[in-house]
Each structure stands twice: as C-alpha cells, then as structure tokens.
Ligand binder design. Structure first.
Ligand SMILES: Nc1ncnc2c1ncn2[C@@H]1O[C@H](COP(=O)(O)OP(=O)(O)OP(=O)(O)O)[C@@H](O)[C@H]1O
Ligand SMILES: [Mg+2]
Length: 242
C-alpha cells in the first residue's frame, strides 16, 4: 500500500515547524527520517500517526484521504522511543493487547488471538519468555516485544520514533537486523525517525533528510552519499558523522 503526505504544514504558536513537507512511499518500503534535533521529525511522524493534526496538507493511504481519520482507525503500528510496555502485563499479554481492544466487529476470536500471539513470540524468538513481565526482560528483549506488539494488529504501516535510542551500541546493532527482518516478513511499509546516520543507512530503502521543517533530500542512501544536494546533506551523511 502506498502512503503519501502532501504539503504538510504545522505551527506551534508563532513557530512553523513543518514548512510544506511532502513524502511518497512505495509499498513495503522502509523510509528513515533523518535530521538534527528540532528539525520536525517527531512532529511529522505524530501527524502521520494521527496523534497530532496538520494545519494544512493531506495524508493519503492507498489513495484514501486519511487526513482526518482518528489514529485508532488508521490501522498503523507504533513503536516509540521509550517503548513503554504495560508493566502489569506479561510479554504475551502485551503482544495481544492491540487485538483484545479492537472493536468486537473486527476483533479476532480468543483462539485466533492466542495463535497470532504465539506466532509473533516465535518471530521475535521469545516463545520461552511469554509469561515474563517487562521488568524481567533486558532492554533489547523489551524492544522486540514492543515491535511484536506493534505488528500484532497487522498494521498497514509501521511507525517508529528513535526505537533504539535507549539501548547500548551492541544491542542496537543486533536489533537493527531483527527489525528489518520482522518488517520484511510482515511485508509492511515502515517509517523510522532517527538522528543516527548509520541506523538509517543500515535499515532504510530511502532516507528523507530533514532540516528546519523541510525534507531537503529524499533518496537511497548511496545516492545521498554520492550526490548530496547541499552542504547540509553532505555533512550530515558523511560516513564518519555521528
Ligand atoms: N507540543 C509542542 N509545542 C510547542 N513546540 C513544539 C511542540 N512539539 C514540538 N515543538 C517544537 O517543534 C520543533 C520540532 O520538534 P520535533 O519534536 O518534531 O523535532 P525532532 O526532529 O523530532 O527532534 P529530536 O531529534 O530532538 O527528537 C522543535 O523546535 C520543538 O521545540
Ligand atoms: Mg523527535
């Protein structure tokens, strides 16, 4: 399914933080939003998620105008920076949560929910930890549960805001691979916010470079490296940049 954001504007008070952002994704594509702090990445992701609203502009999913569709009806999966799991729920209950709270009409049967949960537990290789509580998991394991929870509803689009920022370098590295793997297996498009160039390069089919409320270049990583459109992009995407 294709996703498009068209000419998105957003101000907080007198400050315009998104100044006409457009983004077109192909089916199953993995897009990274890369840019310095304050460039508008989270604001754009929240608008795509339906957690915030644009002042101007349009969002289209598979040709349908979803600009005013409430977040819960967009059928998108989210993974946020602090990947807050429900502390009082086990791993399996966390994963099943999104399915259990669906309106009765679209909610799978109890046995279908259990089967889907088992499948996801296997996908993240945590079947043996199904009955643990979040406090009994490592950061990397929690992150995988958050990913499984987001994928449980079979989202049409997966949205991630700095999903690895709380993890140390080694765990980040290994999780990157499993995220890409999970996203491919699920065949779902993904948008990931990051300010880590290496992360964007490792995961994304295309990278949208943001600066001061604009997408200044949107292309494959190798094109950004070989053909940066400005000094800003050239410096940001240098291999030795943080
Ligand atoms: N609710 C809000 N009210 C007022 N200003 C806001 C609000 N949310 C964000 N901003 C401002 O909008 C700008 C963009 O913020 P945003 O969170 O989108 O940046 P970001 O690119 O995600 O940065 P970071 O990498 O630090 O997370 C910043 O200047 C921020 O201070
Ligand atoms: Mg942010």
């Amino acid at each position: 399914m294709t996703f498009q954001a068209l000419d998105i504007h957003k101000s907080f008070g007198d400050t315009e933080v998104l100044k006409g952002v457009s983004l077109s994704m192909k089916e199953g594509e993995f897009v990274a939003l890369l840019g310095p702090s304050g460039s508008g990445k989270t604001t754009l992701l929240n608008i795509i998620a339906g957690l915030a609203h644009a002042d101007r502009g349009q969002l289209l999913f598979a040709g349908e105008d979803i600009t005013r569709l409430p977040a819960g009806q967009r059928h998108f999966g989210f993974v946020f920076q602090n990947y807050a799991l429900f502390r009082h729920m086990t791993v399996a209950q966390n994963i099943a949560f999104g399915l259990r709270v669906l309106p009765r009409k679209s909610r799978p049967s109890r046995s279908a929910i259990a089967a889907r949960t088992r499948e996801l537990l296997e996908m993240i290789e945590m079947a043996d930890l199904a009955d643990r509580f979040p406090a009994q998991l490592s950061g990397g394991q929690r992150q995988r549960v958050a990913m499984a929870r987001a994928l449980a509803i079979e989202p049409r689009l997966l949205l991630m805001d700095e999903p690895f920022s709380a993890l140390d370098a080694q765990v980040r590295q290994s999780l990157r691979e499993s995220v890409r793997d999970l996203q491919r297996k699920a065949g779902v498009g993904a948008i990931m916010v990051t300010h880590d160039r290496a992360e964007a390069w490792a995961l994304a089919d295309r990278v949208a470079v943001m600066n001061e409320g604009h997408i200044v270049q949107f292309d494959r990583p190798e094109v950004l490296s070989s053909n940066p459109s400005s000094d800003f992009v050239r410096l940001l995407v240098r291999a030795d940049a943080a």
